[in-house]
Design a protein. Sequence first.
Length: 189
Amino acid sequence: MPELEVGDWFGKATVDAGTTVLTEPFVHDFVRANIWHLKGRDADLLVDTGMGIRPLAPEVDTPPGKPLIVVATHIHLDHVGSLHEFPLRMGPKVSAAKFDGMDDTVTYAYMFYNLDGAVSKLPAPDWKAADYRIPSAPLTRALDEGDVVDLGDRKFRVLHLPGHSPDSIALFDEIDGLFFAGDAIYDGM
């Protein structure tokens, strides 16, 4: 992975001309997810949206007027926190109705409230983890096994991979071999 350039809240690294990864380096690593931005001819794709502690949308470099499709790989807090910031929201069909409310017990947001060392840097002067909430983000499209997310020149097939969570999905580019699995596959523990 290329070196992460760390800004005020987000870190960003350019993988190649069409792929950028963002992360929240000041968030506890237990709830720190990769946020992938993939450029396409007709639309861009954002895979997962992090915690939503600070606004993500201003960090995503998509040309004005070009659609940005945002896919949540599952409904856990570190993947849906900023989902509400984007108009084209997609996620797993299995949990589609739950995106309307973002209940703490479904997103596991309640675990963050008292997480020791939740953040290593305060995002705002009087910020408290106990006040963290995930806004409602109703899906504009529910994704099921075999569906395709089409960017014009790149297509990602949806795979349903229950295990980490019952609703986990992955996106697979069958041409390039790119595979975005959310938390369904780990390279560590």
